[in-house]
Write a protein that binds this ligand. Structure first.
Ligand code: SAM
Length: 346
């Protein structure tokens, strides 16, 4: 169990006058609630949303809660909201503001933030929204409790939209205007690794293309503009908000585009001519190369025989062995700025 989840569970058990139900924003698996307290969980990241459901919690239907342009809103009049804030500061500020806005009179917000994940900054931010905070420490985390009666409504109204969608700087690599948002990968620009892949995309790339861990859809958008032989695009992404934004970003494309809210690590349906991928190597705040390696296996499995994968990764990540096990030909097309780009054939 991660430290924030453990700390939140600990604080929850000590909380007096618990209501029958609490809303947990950015809930993560293994959060235990005291007997008699039901949790309604919001979680954008599909593997965690499914794990929470398997643990017996009610999970909000995240996809339908997002409008694709602004952050999700917790429904109002909540007696108790639990918050595990986003890592990105503007996103965490906006979430805190919206959660405080959603408290019922007399309601409470309880947030947990690990010391090595910006607890000090998050406490300072929360104080701007609610100056009277109750602060505790446990499991190397800060536990912050705010009460509805101390909330600065004006400050919350200002910060509630801090994670709104905004144009990303495509650096001239993509003509189409694209939206990003705080809290998502490469908030307002194209990632250096993704740019390396885009710069090397051959115009001859053709047929059915899959984009694994598609984020805002930048690889797909670039491929669509540079490769006239593409006949369809399937994007696979676990973050509901990224899915919503990429649907917007790839709207009115010249070929069929399908965006799937899906966990790539468990495998995807096959039959693609080409895979494009800048694999993740984090689960939340924790670095985990196993995720990237699972992506490479899924990439190989979803290709037609003879199909190609274009894969970009940080130079230090240990992907070569897995690539050697699942692909017949592996070429390092480029190296630079801390990244390596592979072209592999199934
Ligand atoms: C390194 S980013 C690349 C995003 C995008 N392709 C780009 O080039 O900007 C990896 C993406 O994988 C997504 N992701 C992480 N774990 C995933 C999983 N298990 N299944 C599907 N997508 C996942 C992340 O949300 C993130 O958008």
């Amino acid at each position: 169990m991660d430290a924030e989840v453990a700390a939140l569970g600990w604080a929850l058990r000590a909380l007096p006058d618990l209501p029958q139900q609490a809303l947990c924003w950015n809930a993560r698996p293994q959060l235990t609630s005291p007997a008699g307290l039901g949790l309604r969980c919001q979680q954008d990241f599909l593997p965690w949303a499914l794990a929470l459901r398997a643990e017996g919690h009610a999970v909000l239907e995240t996809m339908s809660d997002w409008d694709g342009r602004s952050g999700a809103m917790p429904t109002a009049a909540q007696a108790l909201i639990l918050l595990l804030p986003a890592r990105q500061r503007e996103a965490a500020r906006a979430e805190a503001a919206r959660c405080l806005q959603a408290l019922a009179p007399g309601g409470r917000l309880l947030a947990a933030c690990a010391n090595d994940q910006g607890a000090r900054a998050f406490e300072a931010d929360l104080r701007q929204l609610c100056p009277a905070l109750d602060v505790q420490s446990k499991h190397k985390c800060r536990l912050l409790q705010a009460r509805a009666e101390s909330v600065d409504a004006e400050a919350c109204a200002t910060w509630a939209s801090l994670d709104d969608a905004r144009p990303i700087d495509t650096g001239g690599l993509i003509e189409r205007a694209l939206l990003g948002a705080p809290g998502l990968f490469a908030v307002d620009r194209i990632d250096i690794g993704s740019a390396l892949l885009i710069e090397h995309l051959p115009p001859t790339l053709a047929g059915a293309v899959a984009d694994l861990g598609s984020g805002l859809g930048v690889l797909s958008a670039a491929a669509l503009e540079r490769c006239p032989g593409i006949t369809s695009l399937d994007l696979f992404e676990a973050s509901a908000r990224a899915v919503a934004l990429s649907r917007h970003n790839l709207g009115e494309a010249r070929v069929p585009v399908r965006v799937h809210w899906q966990d790539v690590c468990v495998g995807i349906e096959g039959g693609f001519d080409t895979v494009l991928c800048n694999p993740p190597f984090h689960a939340g705040a924790r670095a985990d190369t196993a995720i990237g390696q699972a992506f490479l296996r899924s990439a190989a499995a979803c290709l037609k025989p003879g199909g190609e994968a274009w894969l970009v990764a940080n130079a230090h990540l240990p992907y070569e062995t897995v690539l050697g096990e699942h692909f017949s030909a592996i070429e390092t097309v480029a190296r630079g700025q801390g990244f390596k780009l592979f072209r592999t054939r199934r």
